[in-house]
Design a protein around this ligand. Structure first.
Ligand SMILES: [Mn+2]
Length: 343
């Protein structure tokens, strides 16, 4: 079927550009014999759920690649799945990147010169240019829902092996639907009847009891935080040894408009950011603030408007007051002076 008729057939309420992208991606995926499904580094449940879902949907010998391994909360998704950490030993005919916008986020995987299919909902990075076919929807709340949209458009049978990881991905990236739009609620309603009685597994995956270490990270982040004010906006910057995302959420829950939490990694400094939609209107985390911060320190940054991550690679930042450096980057991007809250 040519891509035009595919687009017409599957244009179920999708925007035109979207249905064309789906029509572009479907034949590439269907033609793959040995696809390598690549998540972003430290795969989360959306990235990994998308890869697991797609692996179950494709009639192919798929290999899942998780650069730098799988993040703690996603590990229970993959108890019996073999995965690789790089593309080195895999003879793949197509590389499919799920939930990552840039080569940086999938290193050491390098898709240069390969057939590349990209399915993602982050602010675009260099992979968009490199892709042979792509479905990029920055308004989507998860990559798992994009995989689901591709599957329904292509009429691929949705087994529970595919439905379960996809619903997990959507639920995770929407905070168990707290930040969902009507579309995500509809997808979850369509997928839940297909998960074959695994509702108990879902409940376990989203058990709100914090993981070991997470509670301490939230407490330490709060205790070490420095708070700054500019007009009505409050910024919180802190540092932890791990669980940066949970720590950023703790600061947001404490009431800051923007939380930035840094952690020392073996060879760089990682900064995780979370902010309110109003703050993102002044400076988008994924589009402006974190890329600017990363670039200023020989690294990079990206993500979504209200959530993102940066890596700082220069030597200078390693010895310096990182909190001060991060605060200055926020001041430069927002054009406001932030003053310590307790002054
Ligand atoms: Mn995602």
């Amino acid at each position: 079927m040519d891509s035009r008729s595919l687009a017409q057939r599957y244009n179920r309420g999708l925007r035109h550009a979207d249905s064309m992208a789906v029509a572009d991606v479907v034949p590439r995926l269907e033609a793959a014999d040995r696809p390598l499904l690549v998540t972003h580094q430290h795969a989360d449940r959306d990235s990994l759920g998308s890869a697991l879902g797609l692996a179950a949907l494709l009639d192919a010998d798929a290999t899942i690649c998780t650069p730098n391994g799988v993040a703690g909360p996603a590990q229970s998704l993959v108890e019996n799945t073999e995965m690789v950490g790089s593309s080195r030993d895999v003879d793949a005919d197509v590389i499919v990147v799920l939930d990552a916008p840039s080569t940086e986020r999938i290193a050491p995987v390098d898709p240069t010169g390969e057939q590349l299919v990209l399915v993602d909902h982050h602010t675009q990075g260099d992979l968009a240019e490199m892709a042979t076919a792509s479905l990029i929807d920055e308004d989507a709340r998860s990559t798992a829902e994009l995989v689901y949209r591709v599957a329904t458009a292509a009429d691929w049978p949705l087994t529970s092996a595919a439905a379960f990881p996809l619903v997990v991905g959507i639920l995770d990236d929407t905070g168990f639907l707290q930040s969902a739009a009507p579309d995500q609620i509809r997808y979850v309603c369509e997928l839940l009847p297909l998960i074959d009685g695994r509702e108990g597994d879902l409940a376990e995956l989203f058990d709100p009891t914090p993981q070991p270490g997470e509670r301490m990270a939230r407490l330490k982040a709060t205790a070490r935080a420095r708070f700054y004010r500019a007009g009505p906006g409050v910024l919180g910057i802190s540092h932890v040894g791990g669980f940066e995302t949970a720590a950023a959420h703790a600061l947001r829950e404490a009431g800051v408009d923007c939380a930035l939490v840094w952690s020392e990694q073996s060879d760089h400094v990682r900064v995780v950011g979370r902010c309110s939609a109003a703050f993102a209107d002044t400076a988008s985390l994924g589009e402006e603030l974190l890329p600017a911060l990363g670039t200023a320190h020989d690294g990079s940054g990206g993500g979504h408007h209200t959530a993102g991550v940066a890596r700082l690679d220069d030597e200078a930042v390693r010895g310096a007051d990182r909190t001060e450096a991060i605060k200055r980057a926020v001041e430069e991007r927002t054009g406001s002076q932030f003053h310590p809250l307790d002054e």
